[in-house]
Ligand binder design. Structure first.
Ligand code: GLA
Length: 719
């Protein structure tokens, strides 16, 4: 990466000579990621820097001091004589007309109004750290940036040090301006079985304030924001992307100031630092600029998560097909039944068997036993070994469910240590449970010992790590405690992969993904719902980490029935698995599932490394995506028909990001499944076609007519 300091001024300024800085002096820095984006920071004298440019790459010889002055807004009646800086941490004391980036109080509760001055900087291959002091208040603020030329993600975080303990109310990660050529912003809502719902909100005067006070990332509050410029779609136009990598609940401010400027702030939810301290740090804010539509942001987040955030126990190991027994047996564990299910799952193509909730304590339903992490002797008189051995004999590995941070009042541990629970005695329970206080070392040690006891005597390569309730209140120590426990277990059991689950997708963010390798995206195995959820989640999540299972014939969370083919193809779009009782499958269903699973296994080597490009479908009934290798040689298009179309014939489906001049062979690989009502013969129904990238991108593929709740699957190959 390139971090260029404008030497003309800064080299002349010895560190610590802040007081001597003339107000007209300008310091500038630029961050370049080798071709897609440039970010320019500039500051007058010793003041905090502002992002004065962020977007398409600027020429190497651009004069950054000129950008600083050219970026200044005019002043007219009714305004201050100068527009206060929209800096990396807007300061209230400088009459900033919006939300400040830092709110804190002294140890005795007196509000502090810091004013920072340049102290120093460090430049390295990876990034740039800028340090500012407020000597009067004994504070130091550091902004830490790094760029990644491969993923095009810029990471940014803020750190605050104080000479004595202070109370933190709010600390924003470095604050960025938002573009004024944008009409709306996209952030995320959701619910149980309905994760990753995109919210489009028009920009207007004032602020959009999202704050998650649930203490976990939450279904409702995925901490991401996309800001498309006017005319941006999935495949074209400019967009900015933001993601805050923290699992304890975030706060986001997207504010239009009275002068028209816009700012984006992300940080931990306010007041979740419950104790005075001398050091505070924001989580990492991941940002990127794209000139290739929302897909440019999506691919950057996907690659960064897969290639930089997740640490894989064995990078070369292919992701195994999962079988999870939850929706087959729930709490009713019987060894012969589970063995029979394992036989059938292996026969269908599963490679990892995950034993879900119900194996420990007296866990016959969800009212009891959480935290009693010892094998239930009534269900497993000889322990877990007979089941694990059986699973291994079928060539599958074994995974197991825990919900480590939780405790039922009806449990031996709660009876022995009621004080280990977080929150008041009379708190409202969630799923009949409380959270454990993860900031207590004795609690972490206890859970560690119980989990380690299971992991060290069995060959287990996977944990489904659940978190099924919100916290009684947000608390950063709780999140740090959870992270510490996972980190310790990972250090001691490095071969064990972890799936982050929280009633489905309630804990998905880059903070938890630094410690885990998969997400249980949703408790909805309804293929139609899942199609939509995973499509929108692809704005951030790559294939390799996104679990997707073939559920029961009649979906347990929606009551709907979908054909096995649709269910199987939807699961095959991500990290595939099964979660139904395989004893319910008839011969046709088993054959279809076997076939799709074999297709997935055949293609996973490249697909798990592929980018997900969301297509701009001309038909709102069709949700389509193109999964493509980095070099664009190979791709698969999934066109999911989520409803009946308004028009009678399918509209052309335009592909994206291809080489206009190259030729591609396109095969509709499941063309044989076209229903009798598809009476014509579009070329793809007859066999492969060979066409140019230009035609595929500017005209688009004509697919056969199909029923709703079906998926066309097209394979593409550059010739
Ligand atoms: C949560 C998960 C489910 C399952 C149950 C077990 O709801 O999301 O997948 O593991 O817990 O109790």
């Amino acid at each position: 990466m390139d971090v260029v300091l404008d030497n003309s001024v800064a080299d002349a300024l010895p560190l610590g000579a802040k007081a001597a800085v003339d107000q007209r002096d300008v310091r500038t820095w630029r961050l370049d990621d080798d071709g897609r984006q440039t970010m320019v920071l500039a500051a007058m004298g010793g003041r905090l820097p502002q992002v004065v440019y962020w977007g398409a790459p600027l020429p190497a010889d651009e004069d950054l001091s000129t950008l600083q002055s050219a970026h200044e807004l005019d002043v007219t009646g009714g305004m201050l004589d100068e527009n206060p800086d929209l800096s990396l941490c807007p300061e209230a004391i400088r009459t900033f007309p919006g939300q400040p980036g830092l709110i804190l109080r002294d140890g005795d509760g007196t509000p502090l109004l810091p004013k920072f001055c340049y102290n120093g900087e460090e430049r390295s291959e990876e990034g740039l750290t800028l340090t500012y002091n407020d000597d009067a208040n004994g504070l130091t603020l550091a902004f830490i940036f790094a760029t990644d030329p491969s993923t095009r993600i810029i990471t940014a975080k803020t750190r605050l040090d104080a000479t004595r303990p202070v109370h933190l109310h709010w600390l924003a990660a470095p604050v960025f301006p938002a573009p004024q050529q944008s009409d709306e912003m996209i952030d995320f809502a959701g619910r149980w079985t309905g994760e990753f719902q995109t919210n489009r909100t028009p920009w207007s005067a004032g602020m959009r304030y999202r704050e998650n006070r649930t203490g976990r990332t939450g279904h409702e509050h995925f901490p991401g924001l996309l800001v498309p410029l006017r005319g941006c779609t999935n495949t074209q136009g400019e967009a900015y992307g933001f993601h805050y990598g923290w699992s304890g609940g975030h706060k986001m401010i997207a504010e239009e100031l009275p002068d028209g400027r816009r700012q984006i702030q992300f940080g931990h939810a306010a007041r979740m630092e419950t104790k005075p301290a001398t050091t505070f740090q924001s989580a990492t804010l991941y940002v990127t600029y794209s000139h290739t539509g929302l897909n440019g942001c999506a691919v950057s987040f996907q690659r960064h998560l897969r290639d930089r955030i997740v640490t894989w126990p064995d990078k070369d190991r292919l992701r195994p097909v999962h079988y999870n027994c939850w929706e087959a047996v729930y709490f009713d564990h019987k060894l012969p039944v589970l063995q029979d299910i394992a036989n059938r799952a292996a026969d269908l193509g599963a490679e990892r068997f995950v034993l879900d909730d119900g194996w420990f304590g007296q866990r016959d339903d969800d009212t009891r036993s959480l935290s009693d992490w010892t094998v239930d002797p009534r269900k497993y008189p000889d322990g877990l070994t007979p089941l694990i051995d059986h699973v291994h004999s079928l060539g599958m590995t074994f995974g197991i469910w825990f919900e480590p941070e939780m405790i039922n009042p009806d449990s031996d541990i709660h009876r022995a240590h009621p004080d280990w629970a977080l929150g008041g005695e009379d708190q409202t329970l969630g799923r009949q449970q409380k959270a454990l206080n993860m900031s207590l070392p004795e609690v972490r040690d206890f859970i560690y010992d119980r989990m380690a006891a299971i992991l060290s005597v069995h060959q287990i390569d996977y944990i489904k790590w659940d978190h099924n309730r919100v916290l009684p209140m947000p608390d950063a120590d709780q999140t740090r405690g959870s992270y510490a426990l996972i980190d310790r277990l990972r250090a001691d059991f490095p071969h064990v992969e972890i799936e982050s689950c929280a009633s489905g997708g309630g804990r998905i963010d880059f903070g938890i993904m630094q410690r885990t390798q998969r997400v249980w995206l949703s408790d909805s195995n309804d293929a139609l719902e899942r199609l939509r959820i995973q499509h929108d989640a692809a704005l951030f999540l790559p294939i390799a980490v996104t679990g997707s299972h073939v559920g029961p014939r009649r979906c347990h969370t929606s009551g709907r029935i979908f054909d096995i083919s649709f269910r199987a193809w939807v699961a095959a779009q991500r990290h595939m698995g099964f979660e139904m009782d395989p004893r319910e499958l008839d011969e046709r269903e088993a054959a279809v599932l076997r076939e799709v699973t074999a297709w997935w296994k055949h293609n996973r080597t490249w697909m798990l490394d592929a980018d997900i490009l969301r297509l701009d479908s001309a038909d709102k009934a069709v949700l389509a995506e193109q999964q493509m290798t980095r070099d664009g040689d190979k791709f698969v298009v999934f066109a999911g028909k989520a409803a009946t179309s308004d028009q009678i014939a399918p509209r052309p489906l335009r592909l994206t990001a291809l080489d206009e001049t190259a030729r591609y062979r396109i095969t509709l690989m499941n063309r044989k499944t076209a229903p009798a009502l598809s009476r014509g013969m579009p070329a793809l129904k007859d066999g492969p076609i060979e066409v140019s990238g230009a035609w595929l991108m500017h005209h688009g593929l004509i697919l056969p007519w199909n029923f709703p709740d079906t998926m066309w699957v097209l394979e593409g190959e550059r010739l």
